[in-house]
Write a protein that binds this ligand. Sequence first.
Ligand code: NG1
Length: 517
Amino acid sequence: MADELVPEVSSLDDIYSSVDQRERYAAIFDSFASKYNAEPEFLSRSPGRVNLIGEHIDYCYFSVLPMAIESDIVIAVRKNNDACLRLANTDARFPPTTVPLSASGAFVVVDKADSSWADYFKCGHLVAHEFLNSAAGPAAPVVPLGMDIVVDGTVPAASGLSSSAAFICAAALATLRVNGVTSVSKQELTAMAIVSERHLGVFSGGMDQSASVYGKPDHALYVQFKPELRCTPFKFPAAQPPLSFVIANSLVHANKHDTAPTNYNLRVVEVSLAAEILAHKYAVVIPQDSGIGTGTLRGFMEAYFAKKEGALPWDGDVDEGSRRLTEMAELVRQTFTIKDGYTKEQAAAALGVSDADLHQKFLAKTPVRFSKLQLYGRALHVYEEAGRVLKYLTTMLHPPSSPSSSDSIFTSLGSLMDQSHASLDTLFDSSCPELNTLCSIARANGSAGSRVTGAGWGGCTVHLVPLDKAEKLNAALREQYYKVRFPGISDEDIEQALVVSKPGIGSLVYTGGRPQI
Ligand code: NG1
């Protein structure tokens, strides 16, 4: 992938197309001036994203189809000479805090036991500092400069729209610039941000950071992780009526960090264990390159076809990928005969190791809690979902020529989204009643396809809807979901829950100063 640089812009018109952001930026400048009695030197910003399809497969290194949205995290920054990070937030729920920087160039410490909003800044700072140290070579350690900071966000927290990755990408970018790195490639920024949330104990994949950094106005992204990270922008095909996506927040708070032992990280463990059991059964050796240092389902697929057919690793070709993924799903059906979950002992036996070794390799890396390990459903979801991504992409790039109802673009894409949701609900167990209700109401009111987007267990849903039916859909969600589930909810809160956003530009540095109003 060409090493495109993270852009620097001086006009807000180069960032936002749907909502005038001058008042927001002026308020950020005011807030900065009132806290630090000075103007910021620059602002870094990075957007949230919505994932169209391809859920819980990025950490298995299968491709996904997200798009950056215009909601973002903006960080106003000025360097200080006080060897500390002074962090303030325009949202009063997030109290100001000061983080001392060590004179020896030691990294800031993220205390997982005492979590705070500032941790996301610290994670971004930490990986940027690592980058500065490796760039300095023998001259390291670099002692990072102090920073005065004001953060302002429009990506709702814990909503599945990737506020955490947006915050971390913007924080890493700000830290680099304050410390003299004025030009960083998108690939470098993405790579450092991908590993950063592990400092908070979440073994996430790379979708959110890629979408946040590589976002392109009016485009969605085809993000591939193997053989190397590649983000290919593509436009929605012209359709009559045009395609539109409605994003509806369930308003169920989905805190990925607190629930990691039973939800996100447990899924990472289950799919890794499934990959290793398949590798054991089919006697192939797989690379230990997952976030928790084990094999992945992608790694198994490559090794299996190399052994069976002498095939090279899958290069992204859609037909070949579909063929291989279909075979993988079949192997999962045959291999995982205990459909309702494996005990630790059963999993160890399937892997041909002792209980202690299973524990050491899979269960001791990160705290997890379960009654049974769901290997069949998790692995089947991953391979089938990866196949749906390829079909979705193909339909986007080569839409059906006939607009007849049986094979219109809405029917084709919509049914893939519905299948994705059903799989996340039943096989991956990452939905919840509120998300299911939102999807059902949407389908009954004009949505061609509806699904949870992001990690799930709350957060947002995404609905494909012909543009001329979007208002009807919004009205139905307002009356039948928000007003029923949250009696007394204000119109303003409902408006905010129905996130309206066009595909937007990725991470950048804004140097245009205080906007004129
Ligand atoms: P969100 O929705 O931002 O919590 C998480 C992971 C992604 C991906 C999705 C599920 C992080 C930062 N992001 O997204 O990498 O695995 O879940 O598809 O943890």
